[in-house]
Design a protein around this ligand. Structure first.
Ligand code: GTQ
Length: 355
């Protein structure tokens, strides 16, 4: 008899268990013990794999898309960069989306707003614009521009050449929360209400307007011009204080509170001097990189990915990786680190320097 609590039921009575699972399944219940070790793993497990998009290879396809659909009709003419292990999921990591957006001369990608946050990292072209709540920012190579959640934005190109940038959005994260809203503006363009560069002037010079009430977790800066951040890196390199895992790596911040420039996407810029060989590193945030300048390679989980300017590559969560620079190189990167920190989840591991 097996009636007293604490007595072990017989092990391995799989037919009886399966019959039981089938019965409780009809009540939308399931036995935790069958999946416990897949759910609560000793270390991060991700479906994502490392991958690289070579810009020279990708670019003709992007330009070809320009002959198939207008920015107007597409609303956004973007080729999504999908993690090869997550086809059809519009995800480059489990939480983040990336894409390459093309705006041809004379085109406008019409004004809309959505719950998702977006970042732009300009890859090609000079002098096109993106507008955020009626303020235009001119786009130059390497510029990092934010579209905060629920702000009206459109993109336009009054120059004679195509403009291309890397989009980073929190689409998978917002999908996870089932929290997406979108609205089209009644016209293509939102009225211009502020002069070009106003946000940088107002909040980007270690000053703020007297009486300005900071909106929590929202940077009033939405444009981080490359000339300024590149110059900062160039001045800092003179001290020769290299981080053994990252070279010289800086995080973009909200100038009013020192927190991440975006709440859902953390953004970084790093300089790797010619010949630099970083030590292995891993972190719980899967990270998307794009090279703005220079060339090198990144070894990700034992596989080597050679990159040069304009290439995009992704390092999955917890994958050990290290960078090597063949020439002076600048990498922009983004991840969900800020979210993980807020949730108490972020962890990193750094290889020790060999003795
Ligand atoms: O520029 O607003 O890559 O709404 C995906 C969705 C870009 C944008 C994307 C978007 C945008």
């Amino acid at each position: 008899m097996n009636e007293r609590p604490g007595d072990n039921p017989p092990a391995g009575n799989s037919a009886a268990r399966q019959a039981f699972y089938d019965r409780i399944g009809t009540l939308s219940m399931a036995p935790l013990w069958e999946s416990f070790h897949d759910l609560i793993t000793p270390e991060p497990v991700t479906p994502c794999v490392p991958a690289l998009w070579n810009y020279r290879e990708v670019r003709p396809h992007l330009l070809e898309s320009g002959g198939l659909i207008s920015a107007q009709e597409a609303e956004r003419r973007v080729l999504i960069l999908e993690n090869p292990a997550l086809p059809g999921r519009a995800s480059i990591t489990h939480s983040l989306y990336a894409g390459l957006q093309l705006v041809l001369p004379g085109e406008v990608a019409p004004s809309h707003r959505h719950s998702q946050s977006a970042l732009r990292l300009v890859i090609e072209g000079s002098g096109a614009y993106t507008s955020v709540n009626g303020e235009r920012t001119l786009m130059e190579k390497g510029d990092f521009i934010i579209t905060p959640p629920w702000s009206w934005h459109e993109h336009g190109n009054d120059t004679g050449d195509p403009v291309v940038w890397l989009d980073g959005l929190d689409i998978p994260l917002v999908r996870f929360f089932d929290a997406s809203f979108v609205e089209r503006y009644e016209e293509d363009s939102f009225p211009e209400t502020r002069p070009v560069g106003d946000n940088v002037a107002r909040y980007g010079s270690n000053m703020r307007p007297v009486g300005y009430e900071a909106v929590p977790a929202r940077s009033p800066m939405f444009s981080y011009p490359y000339v300024r951040s590149r110059e900062a890196l160039e001045r800092m390199r003179r001290t020769e204080e290299w981080d053994p895992h990252h070279g010289l790596k800086m995080e973009f911040v909200n100038p009013l509170d020192g927190g991440p420039a975006m709440t859902t996407i953390s953004t970084f810029l790093q300089l790797l001097p010619k010949g630099f060989a970083a030590l292995p590193y891993r972190a719980t945030d899967g990270t998307v990189y794009t090279a703005i300048e220079g060339s090198g390679e990144t070894v990700i989980g034992g596989e080597t990915f050679a990159w040069s300017a304009d290439d995009v590559f992704v390092v999955p969560a917890w994958a050990p990786h290290h960078h090597r620079a063949a020439e002076d190189a600048v990498l922009f990167s983004f991840s969900d680190r800020g979210v993980q920190r807020k949730l108490g989840l972020f962890r990193e591991w750094k290889a020790e320097a060999p003795a």
